[in-house]
Design a protein around this ligand. Structure first.
Ligand code: ADP
Ligand code: MG
Length: 483
């Protein structure tokens, strides 16, 4: 139907007006910034390797379930039963033994890549007497060539010739073989490149697979997205899934993925190398395992703090270098760091005393020094301070434990003094208050020197007597340091 220009104009006008009205009536829903990272249904499909592994996992699970059903059927009520246990598919990616695992960053070996085609030994002839056929027999040779196409990498398309009586001449076969080889090399190169680029984002396909498994098992409902990417870790938010027999999953979880790129961890050696809890193991480990140990340390330290009643994330589960804990915050919004939050002077004072108390508890009850305590690793949630990020925490008798404590005290003292808490102790007073030591030096340099001397004494004491100084044991002995 034709209409005048004026009509068109007014129709558009009407539309615009209606749109405006609608917008006013139904204010736009605030869109979540990004779609969920991993859900049961919506999975990142960019990595073929990962997809293949997921499918294999699913297949193995079904296979095992079927095997169990058959086992049950055969055994029935019989008193003597047979087991199909040995026939189960225990997929390498499903077994939790991390010992024999091949890590893709450690080696270039890809267990899923097909072996190079093997050439069949050339005898030159087969058969006896007048039935001898030489390798030059066209029919035999052609058939053989066809069969040998099966040795090409599985992703290489050879058509359906293998199934039929197809005879490939040597020339064609050789050209095909050459092409198959170069294809394989090319795809391997592409593959490597891709994995290295994802490694930079710290969540490599293997880690994603680990995370996917958590969703797949129902432990987590959805992994919504990334909260923080630091130098040493990436933290994700997730909604908790179903409880298991022995575990209640918090409604919201934080997933801390320790970065599997090694560089940043090198300079953290001093934290863990001298930690006697890990000493025996350290020397035997490869860098990948050391990173898992960071995650393990964080888990143990959080558990100690939890037991002492210090507000901190609650450990849900540790899988390799991925630590799941309760989320501090609400509705996907993490609690603000103490450095970012504006508190009334009343609350700030409250926060200060709470931090002082927590530091004392951490030292005396948990036998720990945070070693990275600052307004960056304290969250304000529910009207109180929560401590996080304790993978580097050490025991006070660690060869550098007291230096770490002093640094923590300096950060805390400076922060609260700047924030206007008049009651805040200075770093030296705070150090003594937390440690129960009585270091009297009245300036920072001497104070630090005394701390180092004390650490040295303790080291010597441990060397000579096999136990730490009594000042650390908290059994009421007068501090040896005074002598
Ligand atoms: P890093 O070693 O990278 O500093 P953190 O443990 O400090 O790792 O975590 C980095 C950031 O992630 C924190 O500053 C915090 O904002 C957020 N975060 C970590 N754990 C939690 C948690 N359990 N709940 C809420 N937010 C968290
Ligand atoms: Mg931190």
């Amino acid at each position: 139907m034709s209409c005048s220009l004026a009509d068109v104009m007014s129709e558009q006008l009407a539309k615009e007006l209606q749109l405006e009205e609608e917008n006013a009536a139904f204010p736009e829903v605030v869109a979540v910034a990004e779609g969920p990272f991993i859900t049961g249904e919506n999975v990142d499909t960019s990595s073929d390797l990962m997809l293949a592994q997921m499918l294999q996992m699913e297949f193995d699970r079904e296979y095992d379930a079927q095997l169990r059903r058959e086992e049950k059927k055969i055994n029935g009520d019989s008193k003597v039963s047979i087991s199909f246990e040995n026939y189960r598919k225990v997929h390498p990616y499903d077994s939790d033994s991390s010992e024999d695992e091949v890590d893709w960053q450690d080696t270039r070996h890809d267990p899923y890549r097909a072996d190079k085609p093997t050439t069949t030994p050339r005898k030159g002839f087969i058969g006896k007497g007048k039935d001898i056929t030489t390798k030059h027999d066209e029919v035999v040779c052609g058939r053989k060539n066809t069969a040998r196409m099966e040795n090409f990498a599985p992703e290489f398309q050879v058509g359906d010739g293998i199934g039929m009586d197809l005879k490939l001449s040597n020339q064609v076969f050789n050209a095909l073989k050459q092409h198959a080889y170069s294809e394989e090399r090319r795809s391997a190169r592409l593959h490597e490149k891709k994995e290295h680029s994802t490694a930079e984002k710290a969540v490599d396909p293997k880690t994603r697979l680990l995370m996917y498994k958590m969703v797949n098992s129902g432990m987590l409902e959805t992994i919504t997205g990334c909260i923080s990417t630091g130098k040493e870790s990436v933290v994700f938010h997730a909604y908790g899934g179903n409880a298991t027999e022995d575990k209640v999953i918090p409604p919201e979880c934080a997933i801390k993925v320790f970065k599997t790129t090694l560089n940043e961890f090198k300079n953290r050696d001093k934290y863990i190398k001298d930690d006697y809890r890990f000493k025996d193991r350290f020397s035997k480990l490869n860098p990948r395992k050391i990173i898992r140990m960071w995650a393990e340390k964080e888990m143990h330290n959080l558990t100690r703090m939890q037991n002492a009643g210090i507000p901190c994330p609650q450990v849900v589960i540790l899988k390799k270098h991925v630590l799941v804990m309760s989320f501090i915050g609400q509705d996907q919004v993490p609690a603000p760091k103490l450095k970012d939050v504006t508190l009334s002077s009343e609350d700030m004072k409250k926060a200060y005393y709470q931090v002082l108390n927590m530091m004392q508890q951490l030292y005396k009850e948990c036998n720990l020094v945070h070693a990275d305590l600052s307004e960056y690793n304290m969250l304000w949630h529910d009207g109180k301070v929560w401590l996080i990020d304790v993978s580097q925490s050490v025991e006070p008798t660690h060869p550098h434990g007291l230096e770490f404590l002093f640094r923590d005290c300096r950060n805390v003292a400076q922060f609260f003094q700047k924030a206007g808490v008049a009651e805040a102790l200075n770093e030296r007073e705070l150090f003594n208050a937390v440690s129960g030591l009585n270091i009297t030096a009245d300036n920072e340099v001497d104070f630090q020197a005394e701390i180092e001397a004390l650490e040295k004494m303790n080291e010597d004491h441990v060397q000579n007597h096999g136990k730490k100084l009594s000042v650390f044991s908290g059994d009421g002995d007068p501090p040896i340091y005074d002598e």
